[in-house]
Ligand binder design. Structure first.
Ligand code: GLA
Length: 340
């Protein structure tokens, strides 16, 4: 028996991003929070294969170890599992099941939660001991599984969550600063009715446009606004304008939350949505309509698309008495190993 063999149980939360979308891949700041909804992997470690079933997703994942080609695995959700096993170089297997109360396709990072829970289940205490490297492993797994050049926000938010706090993450240094959510604030997540097609090619295209701007201007989050406006290509200029202005809004929102100023916080969220719609062009008519409907609801201070865009959910900041048709989410602790 290896010292790692035996029963194991690991939980990883999803996340909602309050502000700072499409800034992580440019080394900018983000302000997500881990939520109470998440994914649990329960099983027995040992043997030479990974065998998992899921209560939400069809098919059984069966992997021979070591895993070499995660992107070729079927069923598709097994690619995330395979990506993690490949990144960890796992040779000790795991057999068990995945349960989750995180809606898939909503933009609440169900894939990051699955990756982090699987990584903890496979790697145990050793993997749990280094949160940043755990998040990096899972980011690399996501990239290997999907081919999407995603940033680190989703995985790091799931790993580093702090109860009652949003996480101000500097994606250059990966420093995480918890920011308290005011007692009189509520956070809601409302589905736009349009499933998020993780449009990998559009994501990669946006990121490549940002890289073109960065080649000219250097670090985009801190770029000089006049220099941004002098960029020749109008598309590259608009992408850079978003990354720069959104990065500034992240710090402003963190300050507004610390001051308990929901009005200012809400206005910043509205400005963020406009920037994602007009400059970054990742909103959709369904997301715009959801934001407009929420902003017309009494007690809603702000609303914006959250995550990559192209469908999925809107996050709203509200007064305590407001009830919306969606998920009320609480800022929650990060991923952890549980008693099996
Ligand atoms: C996806 C990616 C993240 C981040 C967001 C947009 O969720 O996985 O890294 O880029 O989109 O902010």
């Amino acid at each position: 028996m290896s010292p790692h063999d035996g029963p194991v149980r690991a939980f990883a939360p999803g996340r909602v991003n309050l502000i700072g979308d499409h800034t992580d891949h440019m080394g900018g700041p983000v302000l997500p929070m881990a939520i109470q909804l998440g994914t649990t992997v329960t099983g027995v470690r040992g043997g030479g294969r990974v065998e998992l079933t899921s209560d939400l997703l069809d098919g059984e994942v069966r992997l021979d170890l070591p895993v070499r080609e995660p992107a070729a695995v079927a069923p598709a959700w097994g690619r995330y599992v395979a990506g993690v096993a490949a990144q960890l170089g796992t040779t000790i297997g795991l057999s068990g099941r995945v349960t989750s109360d995180l809606p898939a396709g909503a933009g609440l990072s169900s894939s990051a939660a699955l990756e982090v829970a699987v990584a903890l289940a496979l790697g145990g205490d050793e993997v749990a001991a280094d949160p940043v490297s755990l998040a990096r492993t899972c980011q690399a797994a996501e990239q290997a599984a999907t081919g999407v050049p995603c940033g680190i926000m989703d995985q790091l938010a799931s790993v580093a969550g702090v109860e009652g706090h949003a996480l101000l993450i500097d994606c250059s240094t990966l420093a995480v600063t918890p920011v308290p959510i005011p007692d009189h604030a509520r956070i809601w997540v409302v589905h736009s009715g349009q499933d998020r097609a993780l449009d990998g090619s559009a994501y990669a295209e946006r990121r490549a446009e940002c890289e073109r701007a960065r080649d000219e201007l250097g670090h985009l989050p801190g770029a000089d606004p006049d220099a941004v406006e002098r960029l020749d290509d109008p598309v590259v200029r608009a992408r850079a304008r978003h990354v720069r202005s959104e990065s500034a809004r992240v710090h402003e929102l963190a300050a507004a939350l610390r001051a308990g100023d929901l009005r200012t916080a809400g206005a910043l969220m509205v400005a963020s949505h406009r920037s994602l719609r007009e400059d970054f062009e990742v909103s959709t008519p369904a997301l715009d309509a959801t934001v407009d409907r929420l902003l017309a609801t009494p007690g809603v201070h702000g609303a914006r698309l959250t995550g990559a865009g192209f469908g999925g959910c809107v996050v709203a900041l509200t007064d305590p008495e407001v009830q919306l048709d969606g998920w009320r989410v609480d800022a929650s602790a990060g991923a952890r190993l549980l008693e099996p």
